[in-house]
Ligand binder design. Structure first.
Ligand code: SF4
Length: 370
C-alpha cells in the first residue's frame, strides 16, 4: 500500500478509533501483551459489544498471567461462561501455566520470556508464541504487533475482506496454501512499514465499521482511491463466496512469433499476471484450437499468418485455479514492428526465457521447437 494511503488510514483511525477497554487512549502506546492476548482470544468469533464487559470482569479477577495460572479451571470457566467455545478458555489457562512455569525455570537472561522487573509475560517471538496452546498465526501476530510493536503481520477476517476488495482477489485464503500465502504477503507488506501496529489495528477497525460484509461505506473509507473493487463498483463480488470460486480453468496461450524470431509479449487485459508482461492467453474449451483465434487478431492481421500449430498443452496452478492450457504457435510473415504501444513488446526468441519470468509462460515456451 502506498505510504500516502497508509497516512490516510492512520489519520482516519486517529479520528475514528472506538474507545475499548483493551485500547489505551494513546494509540501509539505499547500494550500489555497479556491484555492483547486475552482480548484477541475473546474476540475470535464474538462481537466487540459482547466482549467488552467480559474483558473488564476478567481483567479485574485475573489482572496478569500469574494470577490466571494460579486459578482453578472451574473459576476460569465461570468468567468465560457465555462466550462459548470453552476450548479457548481451557487453552488460555494451559498457556498461562506453561508461561509461568517457563519463567520460574529459566535462568537470567530468560530465553523467550521477557523478564521485566521479575514480572512474567508472554514470549516475544512468533515461533514461541505459536507453540503455545490456542495461539495461532493471527493471535501471535496481534501480540507481537500491538503489544511489542514488532513489524509482524496480522490476518483476520476483516483484513481478508479488505485485501480481497482492494486488490480484487477472487479467491479466499482458505482455498489453498498459495492462496493463503498471497493474502499473508499483502499482510506482511502492511507490517513492513513504520507504525505497522497502527496500520494493523486500523485495518481491523476499518473492516469492522466501514468495509463491512454488506454495504461497505466506500465514500467514508480512507482506502477508496486505492481500492479496485470500489473503483470498478464491484464490492459485492469480493471476497467471493465459496460456491463461486472457480477451480478449473482451461485456456489457450498464444506464442506469436514474427519473421525475425521475436515473441509477442502483452501487458494487461489478461486473465493472469495483470501487472506484468505475459504471453497472450484467454479462456477456451478443450482442443478448440483450429484456425486463428479472434483473440490473436487483436495483435496481428490474419493475412500476416504463415503457419498455425497447436504445439501441445501444459498444466499449471495459480492461486485457486487449476489450469490446463493449449499452446498455439502462430508464425507471421512480417518482421516485428520497431514502434509499438507501451502494452506490447516483441522479445527476441532466445531472450524470451529470461524475459517471461513466470512458470506459466515458461511452460508454454518450453513446447516450442528449437
Ligand atoms: S473503498 Fe469500500 S470496498 Fe474498498 S476497502 Fe474501502 S470500504 Fe472496503
Amino acid at each position: 500500500m502506498h505510504p500516502q494511503t497508509l497516512k490516510k488510514l492512520r489519520e482516519w483511525f486517529k479520528k475514528n478509533a472506538a474507545e475499548l477497554p483493551w485500547r489505551p487512549a494513546d494509540l501509539d502506546a505499547p500494550r500489555d501483551p497479556y491484555a492483547v492476548w486475552i482480548s484477541e482470544t475473546m474476540l475470535q468469533q464474538t462481537q466487540v459489544s459482547t466482549v467488552r464487559d467480559y474483558f473488564i470482569r476478567w481483567m479485574k479477577r485475573f489482572p496478569d498471567v500469574e494470577t490466571l495460572a494460579a486459578a482453578e479451571e472451574s473459576e476460569v470457566f465461570r468468567y468465560w461462561q457465555g462466550l462459548g467455545y470453552y476450548s479457548r478458555a481451557r487453552n488460555i489457562l494451559k498457556t498461562a501455566r506453561i508461561v509461568v512455569n517457563s519463567h520460574k525455570d529459566c535462568l537470567a537472561p530468560c530465553k523467550g520470556v521477557r523478564n521485566d522487573e521479575s514480572k512474567t509475560t508472554l514470549p516475544t517471538t512468533r515461533k514461541e508464541l505459536e507453540a503455545l496452546p490456542g495461539i495461532g498465526a493471527y493471535t501471535a501476530g496481534a501480540i507481537l504487533s500491538l503489544a511489542y510493536h514488532e513489524r509482524e503481520a496480522i490476518l483476520d477476517g476483516n483484513l481478508v475482506r479488505i485485501f480481497s476488495r482492494i486488490y480484487a482477489l477472487d479467491f479466499l485464503p482458505s482455498e489453498s496454501k498459495v492462496a493463503a500465502e498471497t493474502y499473508w504477503n499483502y499482510a506482511r507488506k502492511i507490517a513492513d512499514s513504520p507504525k505497522a501496529y497502527m496500520h494493523n489495528e486500523a485495518l481491523m477497525e476499518l473492516g469492522r465499521t466501514v468495509c463491512k460484509v454488506k454495504n461497505p461505506d466506500c465514500a467514508g473509507c480512507p482506502l477508496q482511491s486505492a481500492c479496485r473493487a470500489a473503483t470498478e463498483n464491484r464490492t459485492a463480488e469480493y471476497p467471493p463466496s465459496k460456491k463461486h470460486i472457480q477451480k478449473d480453468w482451461h485456456g489457450t496461450v498464444l506464442v506469436i512469433e514474427s519473421a525475425d524470431h521475436k515473441i509477442l509479449a502483452v501487458h494487461g487485459g489478461q486473465k493472469f499476471f495483470k501487472n506484468q508482461f505475459t504471453l497472450p492467453h484467454f479462456e477456451s474449451p478443450r482442443n478448440a484450437t483450429a484456425g486463428i483465434p479472434a483473440q490473436a487478431e487483436v495483435y496481428i492481421n490474419a493475412d500476416q499468418v504463415s503457419h498455425v500449430q497447436n504445439i501441445g498443452k501444459f498444466r499449471h496452478g495459480i492461486t485457486v485455479h487449476k489450469i490446463e492450457c493449449d499452446v498455439l504457435h502462430i508464425q507471421i510473415n512480417k518482421k516485428a514492428p520497431t514502434k509499438t504501444a507501451p502494452e506490447i513488446r516483441w522479445i527476441q526468441r532466445e531472450l524470451a526465457q529470461e524475459f517471461f519470468a513466470n512458470s506459466f509462460c515458461l511452460k508454454a515456451l518450453a513446447l516450442l521447437k528449437p
